[in-house]
Ligand binder design. Structure first.
Ligand code: 13P
Length: 256
């Protein structure tokens, strides 16, 4: 039985003190009886403060990016072992901003993915097409390529710990959201790839998140789609009220 997965990717936003205040407010709103999986991805510098402030709540914490090596002379980088040791359960891999501004390729995504799994982190692998690719009718090709190369040589036993986030690049931070049926079409494609390439069971249980201007006003329609199991929220997760409202929307829906 799948549960909704509501995640906030804060990107490079919120200082440590703002993080503590946000988490205090989130606690006050009430997290005790939440049945969905709730995950926050803060800047790495705030992970410890967030963890302390959200202690004894069901909210889990993840890193936004990791290096593919364990340690060494890689100034500014953080390894999967370090994230795991800090208490993180999840890690974002291959976010389109990493692909766009830091030249991350599907091959690098694949390396990081294997490394994350080896450190017992649960990877949230982000994929999605650019506007020009959608307009050229190439969306499916791009998604299939990202899945084929990104998930290359992943063992079946590991696939159950992987979450996929479909984030059409043209919808990220633009206020343009994919229509629920547009997102559903791609989510269904992703699920079928996993069913065919891994197993029926793994495909059926795979959690696929939608990201790209997800907010309070579109959360219900997106989450109501058959193959949308959760949301990866950027801008709207920065405001505690909006994030909490989206959690409540998920709590009041039954997953298909
Ligand atoms: P926005 O919700 O701000 O469009 O960001 C989506 C995103 O990139 C989440 O990873």
């Amino acid at each position: 039985m799948r549960k909704y997965f509501i995640a906030g990717n804060w990107k490079m936003n919120h200082s440590i003190s703002e993080t503590i205040e946000y988490c205090r407010q989130l606690r006050v709103k009430g997290l005790k009886n939440i049945s969905s999986d709730i995950v926050l991805f803060p800047p790495s510098i705030s992970i410890q403060s967030m963890m302390k402030t959200l202690e004894d709540t069901p909210v889990k914490i993840g890193g936004q990016n990791m290096h593919q090596e364990s340690d060494g002379a890689f100034t500014g980088e953080i390894s999967s072992e370090m994230f795991a040791d800090s208490g993180c359960e999840y890690i974002l891999i291959g976010h389109s901003e990493r692909r766009q501004y830091f030249n991350e390729t599907n091959e690098l995504v694949n390396k990081k993915l294997k490394k994350a799994l080896g450190s017992n982190l649960k990877p949230v692998v982000c994929i999605g097409e650019k506007l020009e690719e959608r307009e050229a009718g190439k969306t499916s090709d791009v998604i299939l390529e990202q899945l084929k190369n990104g998930l290359k040589d992943i063992a079946k036993a590991d696939m159950q710990n992987i979450i996929i986030a479909y984030e059409p690049i043209w919808a990220i931070g633009t206020g343009l959201t994919a229509k629920p049926e547009q997102a559903q079409e791609i989510h269904s494609l992703i699920r079928n790839v996993i069913k065919n390439d891994f197993s029926e069971h793994l495909g059926k249980n795979l959690r696929i998140l939608y990201g790209g201007s997800a907010k309070v006003k579109n959360a219900k329609s997106l989450l109501s789609e058959k193959d949308i199991d959760g949301l990866l929220i950027g801008g709207a997760s920065l405001k505690v009220d909006a994030f909490y409202k989206i959690i409540q929307i998920a709590e009041n829906l039954t997953i298909n």
